[in-house]
Design a protein around this ligand. Structure first.
Ligand SMILES: [Fe+2]
Length: 307
């Protein structure tokens, strides 16, 4: 039992063409044939899709899909979720197959963040070919990357992910984002049963209007991250955080705003942990260097104007 990895994300948008441009020409992922229901699907490796973009009426992060080991584990998890008082809806066989899954149920955590749990990952023998020459993404047993959410009811939400879903604590810091004398904010970085430092994470605070804080994709080298940074500037996408290196997962990268309003973190050189022996840390800083956030720049500019 236990969660293996982040498998895919589901995003609703009223701007599918903007998402397509963002994913294909900026991120370099591979569009494949649309789903039977018309959703656009994109691959980053041998999984049948990693991004499912549904055309709708709003910009909304619908769900992060996490894979569990097998059907028995999925059934046990569905029972545990229902026992915990969260909604639990089994997908029809058609919907599950459309997710590249043998079986799937959807739920949400106590903050309302959308989740799908599934087993039986569908893979393809057709090679991944990036339309812009990205050499590949770091996935394998570590999954697609990670997803980061917000929770106003922080402790209750973390308890659900840890005690009901079976994620494990990696790093449980409190950060003083507004200076040492300002209020501190809880964060939780949780790993699944693989070497990625965190497959899901949470900040203490209201759920943003987009439904997520960010998702992260890992590239093989700093050269690939640098090229992605160049493309962000070339195509005029908004930089949410400048290049930098995180303390806890050691990822070097930057954040760009997606058409959905949440961010995409593009990084490399992420720490690989041994999930069996990891002891929870409590780091005191977010970044070793860099990562100047857009809101920090805006605050600085505002202070400059009023000074
Ligand atoms: Fe991240």
């Amino acid at each position: 039992m236990g969660i293996k990895a982040l498998g895919y994300v589901v995003i609703e948008t009223a701007k599918p063409a903007e998402w397509d441009e963002f994913l294909v020409r900026f991120a370099g992922v591979m569009r494949v044939a649309d789903a039977a229901d018309g959703a656009a699907l994109y691959r980053i490796d041998d999984r049948v899709f990693r991004f499912r973009i549904e055309t709708g009426t709003r910009e909304w992060f619908v769900a992060a899909g996490y894979e569990v080991s097998d059907r028995a584990a999925l059934d046990a998890l569905a029972e545990a979720v229902a026992r915990a008082g969260r909604p639990m809806t089994w997908a029809s066989a058609e919907v599950a197959a459309g997710r590249g899954a043998e079986a799937m149920f959807s739920t949400s955590d106590p903050a309302g963040n959308g989740l799908e749990l599934y087993c039986g990952d569908a893979r393809t023998a057709e090679p991944f070919v990036s339309p812009i020459g990205v050499p590949g993404f770091v996935t394998g047993a570590m999954g697609m990357g990670h997803a980061v959410f917000s929770a106003p009811n922080f402790d209750e939400t973390i308890a659900f992910h840890r005690d009901v879903l079976g994620f494990h604590e990696t790093d449980m810091p409190r950060f003083h984002l507004f200076g040492p004398d300002g209020p501190s904010m809880g964060f939780a970085f949780l790993h699944a049963d693989n070497g990625r430092h965190h497959s899901i994470a949470f900040g203490e605070g209201p759920v943003p209007p987009s439904g997520a804080v960010h998702i992260m994709l890992e590239l093989p080298t700093l050269i690939d991250v640098g090229k992605a940074h160049d493309r962000m500037k070339q195509f005029g996408y908004a930089e949410s955080a400048t290049l930098g290196r995180h303390v806890n997962d050691e990822t070097t990268g930057f954040y760009v705003q997606t058409p959905g309003g949440f961010d995409l973190e593009i990084g490399c050189d992420s720490l690989v942990i041994d999930p069996a022996s990891w002891v929870t840390t409590r780091h005191e800083a977010i970044s070793v260097w860099g990562h100047e956030w857009a809101w920090q720049k805006a605050m600085k500019a505002a202070q400059g104007e009023t000074a």
